[in-house]
Design a protein around this ligand. Structure first.
Ligand SMILES: O=P(O)(O)OC[C@H](O)CO
Length: 458
């Protein structure tokens, strides 16, 4: 046995379409480095394009809503149908995250995207799909459920192919996939209408494009290094977290994942609560920006559109910088970078709130700053969840934070923010967002000491 082949190589326990890929015969020593390098790039591209593909078919309904209003549907009915995506997504990221932890990331990621894309194609080609709010709610709920099959297998690939100390940087680059995919939704919808001339094409054209992304992801992604005859990433990079043991290479049962590693992990609960407050700010600012800027700050529709676009794209450099800071400056610790970013978000939210109407550029700078800053913590909380549990429980751990993010944060941002602004004005809404910033910092701070212990830094 050499340093690479000293780890246990357990055979995965299940069979079927999603069964984890069996371990292959170990490669000869001289082939390990070149094959590892090539496959790390390949699987990374696979999860990047795969997750970008997921975002192509996440939010198409919002773009079709104006057409459905012309068909006679009300905003509140369509809002109800749209909530099906968030509700199902939050539940599925957690529950399907657990299934993903016991599944082959290659098939799981591709099949989820295939199903989500087919749902969008169906919504575009079958008139019955948009014939009632109930049917639309059911289909959007289904789409949200399939969407929940995207993040967890990407997390599984990340923890099996990239070691703890490089994960912040690599995850931050991967995380840009969702800005890239989300940013392409608008242009693809415009192209769809130009090519096909119907509003229904805004559903089926992105669906067809996403099918191509699913095929590419299937070609590129590989489940684990061991399934390709390679040693574990910990051995290859000589980067072992404090509690690592060879037993962590064994696939786990659902019960083991939930009860031995997730539900009893206090730090994970702190992060889940922190994520609910981070998502409250993410969606509280994003979803209400057009209304706030037009109502309270006198922006035109066009000016609002640009500000909204800039918010999303400012997230790309902000996320990359955040991941780099976490890996290089804080040696793999996530809490300090998250806290620094959330303190700056708090300042930017205060400026965005208190700046008197008429100073458009100050509002724009504040909003772009929030966009630049908020996606760093969004990404790092996911990374921290992956870091805190054994590799085979990664999807469930990140799924728990997603459950809180979507059911606690995103839904609350939509429903409670509207209620508060109706009753107490924008001051009430912003007081809630400022409180959310403070609480996200507090819950992240609770993880400060344990994270250091976990990373062998104390
Ligand atoms: O909100 P989600 O689950 O789509 O995740 C978005 C980003 O990928 C967070 O890392």
């Amino acid at each position: 046995m050499d340093k690479y082949h000293s780890e246990a190589t357990a055979t995965p326990p299940r069979k079927g379409l999603f069964a984890p890929a069996p371990h292959a015969e170990p490669l000869p020593l001289q082939r390990i480095d070149p094959v590892y390098k090539q496959l790390r790039l390949q699987v990374f591209l696979g999860i990047f394009l795969g997750y970008a593909g997921y975002y192509l078919v996440r939010k198409n309904f919002s773009l079709v809503m104006p057409d459905l209003i012309e068909q006679g549907y009300s905003k509140s009915d369509l809002g109800f149908a749209l909530s099906g995506v968030s509700i199902a997504y939050g539940l599925s990221k957690f529950l399907m995250g657990n299934v993903s932890d016991r599944s082959n990331a290659r098939t799981f990621l591709s099949v989820g995207l295939l199903l989500s894309a087919l749902t969008m194609v169906f919504m575009g080609v079958a008139p019955i799909a948009t014939s009632s709010i109930t049917i639309m709610f059911i289909l959007l709920f289904l789409n949200g459920w399939f969407q929940g099959m995207g993040w967890p297998p990407c997390g599984r690939v990340m923890v099996h192919w990239f070691s703890t100390k490089e994960r912040g940087t690599k995850m931050s680059i991967w995380n840009v996939a969702h800005n890239v995919g989300g940013g392409l939704v608008g242009p693809i919808a415009i192209a769809a209408v130009a090519i096909f001339g119907t509003w229904e094409s805004k559903f089926y054209f992105p669906g067809l494009v996403a099918l191509v992304f699913a095929a590419i992801a299937y070609m590129l992604v590989r489940d684990t290094p061991q399934s390709c005859g390679l040693p574990t990433i910990e051995a290859y990079k000589n980067d072992y977290p404090a509690n690592y043991s060879a037993a962590q290479e064994q696939e786990l049962t659902a019960r083991q994942i939930f009860f031995e590693y997730v539900f009893n992990n206090r730090v994970l609960w702190y992060i889940a609560f922190a994520n609910a407050f981070v998502y409250l700010v993410r969606y509280g600012i994003l979803d209400w920006a057009p209304t706030y800027l037009e109502e309270a700050k006198g922006f035109s529709v066009k000016e609002t559109g640009w500000a909204y676009f800039a918010y999303e794209y400012a997230g790309i450099p902000g996320t990359l910088l955040c991941g780099w800071i976490s890996d290089k400056v804080f040696k793999g610790r996530r809490a300090p970078a998250t806290i620094i970013y959330m303190v700056l978000v708090l300042i930017a939210v205060l400026v965005y709130w208190k700046n008197p109407a008429g100073n458009l550029w100050i509002d724009n700078v504040a909003l772009i700053s929030i966009g630049f800053l908020i996606y760093g913590p969004v990404m790092l909380i996911g990374v921290q969840a992956l870091d805190l549990v054994p590799k085979k429980a990664a999807g469930t751990a990140a799924g728990l934070t997603g459950l809180f993010g979507y059911l606690g944060g995103a839904l609350f941002a939509n429903i409670a923010m509207g209620f508060i602004v109706d009753h107490w004005g924008w001051d009430g809404g912003f007081t809630m967002l400022v409180a959310a910033c403070v609480l996200s910092i507090l819950f992240t701070a609770f993880t400060w000491k344990r994270e250091k212990l976990h990373l062998n830094l104390q």
